[in-house]
Each structure stands twice: as C-alpha cells, then as structure tokens.
Design a protein around this ligand. Structure first.
Ligand SMILES: [Zn+2]
Length: 392
C-alpha cells in the first residue's frame, strides 16, 4: 500500500471513530468497534491518538457486560474552539464556540455603511478580539451575504459590503494561519437548521431567512446546494410584484421590497396609521411593530399579512421547483408567529398542486428563539466541524 493511501485510510478511520464518539455521546471502545465495523486494535490505536490530541476524553466506567467494566469515551468539548463570523446584519458578529456548539464569548461591531477595505478591517479586528490560545483554534468560518464560491473562499459579489471577487479565505488564512471556510449566510442558516434542528423526515430542507434581506438555503441529500453560479436560493431579488417599489438592485417589486424587515418598517412609515396603536409614534421600531401585530392591531396585521402573502408566492415557487417538503422560516420575521405563517400557507396552497401543498410542512425553525438567534454561528460551526473533523 502506498504511504499516502495508508495515511488517507488512517484519516478516514480516525474521522469515522471521532464521528461515532460525537454522535454516541458516551461510548466504550467496544461500542465504537461495533458501530464502525473496525477491529478492536484499530479502534484502540485511533482512540489513543485522539486522547493524546485532546479531542476525546475518558469520562468514567460504563456497566459491565459480564467482564471488566468498560471505560467510556466522549468528545472533549473544550479540546478545540472555533471562530464564527456573521456579516449578514447591520452589525458584524463574532462568536468563539467550543466543539459542542456552545458559545464561549462574543463580540459585535457596528457595520452600517461599512464597505470594501474598511469592512475587511473590522472583520480582522473582530477575529483578533476573541482569539485566545491560537493553538486550540480549529479554524475560522465566515458567513457573508452575497455570492460566494465556498470551494475557493472568494466572495464574488456582496453588494452591501462593496466586495467584488474578494479572496476572503486566502486573506484570513494568511493572517491567522488556520483553516478558513467562507459561505453565504442563508446557506449557513440552512445547514444549521439541518444539523441542529431535528424533526426531519428526509435529507432535504429549505430554510428561508428573512431579516434585513431575504435569502433561502437549500439542503439536498444532506449537503448545501449552491447552484452553478453559487446563487441558489437568492430569492430576495426575484420580482413578486411587478408594480412594486424600486429595489436597490434596479428591478421593481423584488421580494426584499415586499417582505424584508426593512421593507416592513419602510411601509409603516408611509401608510396611514391613524387607526393604529402606532399612530403617535414617529418611526415605529421592529419590536413595536411586532407587539402591535401580535395584539391584532389592524394596520400592523395588514402589513404582516401582506409580507406573508409574497413570502408564500416565493415558497410556492420553491416547492414547485424542488418538491422539498420541509420549508423552515427563520430570522427576525419569525417573531410575527402564526399571522405570518397562515398568510404564507394560504398563498402557497393556491399556487401549487394540492397534493404537493398538502405534503409540504411550512414552519419556523425548531431551534427555539434562543438558539435561532445563533443560527448563523451554528451553521458556521457545522461547516467547520464537518470539513475539519468529519463530525456532524
Ligand atoms: Zn432587487
């Protein structure tokens, strides 16, 4: 056997063992051998290696199966950490996470209006601010809006950040000397929901994320589907209302002009609010709007239903194109609850074959509000753990 091949086999087996321990929670060497089909001596050698590298720890002894009580193994959550960077919002967010996806520390920088080199400078600053013990750093994973080629880490175009063909991965790898992964924010959100969300009947999923902008991430057979030009799921700039408002992209009536958080707040500014609890407020904020909608304020409800109606159009098109039966809605729009989901469902049902509409589940992220707020860092973590350690 060639040396390279032997090394690959060893890596493959090592990843398999690590993944089995990760998924098992607490398992013995014998369990690992049984679950992987590897021999006991092979498992013992690999486990010794993983223990020495601090990726795995011995936690105690399990029940005896007749003879000596077996030693149990588990992932050493603190054995490595990783840095997740989320550039999708009005603030750039950074989180340092352990191997279990728990956030150890965070940092935030205002990013409104930041572009080009300035935006890049803030990304460097954020990473430096939460970097600790570089020897334990498994890698850095960045979620950015726009078109990204995840295989070479080049941001092809991120309009709001003023980035065109930016080799972000290479820049960060050169600076921090660790593996770096770059992907689109919506793709990361979908990966997080797929990996950590649970409750799935198949290996396919579409996650529509509605915050400042709108994007969908598509998972097919357990893997993110990027599309030929890496723009799969860029539904925010698909026109849903040809008579609608002018969009930053130059078209009229894109989904982002009807249903994004930004669009909803803009609409609140221009609409007649005399019949609303928001009448006396000069510029209602998102939380004020949500509170009014949840209290069945007529004006706020109308706006929420209108946003849901156009999201339903987009969801119907996705169902028609992919026949993926789980559509998850994430982002700040989820705060609107059933008003929004009901409006989306009603619209979707009118636009796809009845049998397909019936088979489709449209729901909010199953991660719960707290973890959903960290959907993007969790996606960053899932991508990095998968690529670097073969787990998840
Ligand atoms: Zn547009």
């Amino acid at each position: 056997m060639e040396k390279a091949t032997r090394q690959q086999t060893k890596d493959h087996n090592s990843r398999l063992v690590l993944k089995t321990i990760f998924n098992g929670g607490e398992v013995s060497r014998a369990d690992v051998a049984r679950l992987t089909g590897l021999t006991r001596p092979t498992v013992s050698t690999i486990v010794a290696d993983l223990l020495e590298n601090n990726l795995v720890v011995e936690t105690g002894q399990g029940p005896s199966a007749g003879g000596k009580r077996p030693t149990l193994l588990t992932i050493n959550g603190q054995g490595r950490h990783l840095i997740a960077i989320d550039l999708s919002g009005a603030e750039f967010r950074a989180a340092r996470m352990n191997l279990m996806g728990d956030i150890e520390t965070r940092d935030v920088r205002p990013a409104a209006g930041l572009r080009g080199e300035d935006a890049l400078g803030v990304v460097y600053e954020l990473i430096e601010s939460i970097l600790s013990e570089p020897s334990l750093l498994l890698g850095i994973s960045v979620a950015t809006p726009g078109l990204v080629n995840p295989t070479n880490g080049i941001v092809l175009r991120a309009v709001n950040l003023g980035w065109v063909n930016l080799p972000l991965r290479d820049l960060l790898e050169a600076r921090f000397n660790r593996p770096v992964y770059i992907a689109n924010d919506s793709h990361m959100a979908a990966l997080a929901e797929y990996t950590y969300g649970g409750g799935l009947d198949s290996n396919n999923l579409i996650a529509i994320r509605v915050s400042r902008g709108i994007g969908a991430g598509i998972i097919i057979d357990g893997l993110p589907f990027y599309g030929d030009g890496f723009g799969a799921g860029e539904i925010g700039h698909v026109v849903v209302d040809t008579a609608g408002e002018l969009c930053v992209c130059g078209n009229r009536g894109c989904l982002e002009t009807t249903s994004s958080v930004r669009a909803i707040l803009r609409r609140l500014q221009t609409i007649d609010r005399t019949q609303s609890v928001l009448a006396g407020i000069h510029s209602p904020t998102w939380p004020q709007f949500v509170e009014a909608a949840l209290a069945h304020d007529p004006v706020a409800t109308d706006i929420a239903v209108n946003a849901g109606h156009y999201l339903g159009v987009a969801a119907a098109n996705l169902v028609g194109a992919f026949d993926i039966q789980t559509i998850v809605l994430a982002g700040r729009i989820a705060e609107l609850g059933d008003i929004l989901l009901d409006a989306m469902r009603a619209e979707m049902q009118q636009r796809v074959l009845p049998s397909m509409a019936e088979a489709t589940t449209l729901r909010f992220s199953s991660l719960g509000p707290r973890r959903m707020a960290d959907l993007i860092p969790l996606g960053c973590s899932a991508l990095l753990l998968n690529q670097e350690l073969g787990i998840l």
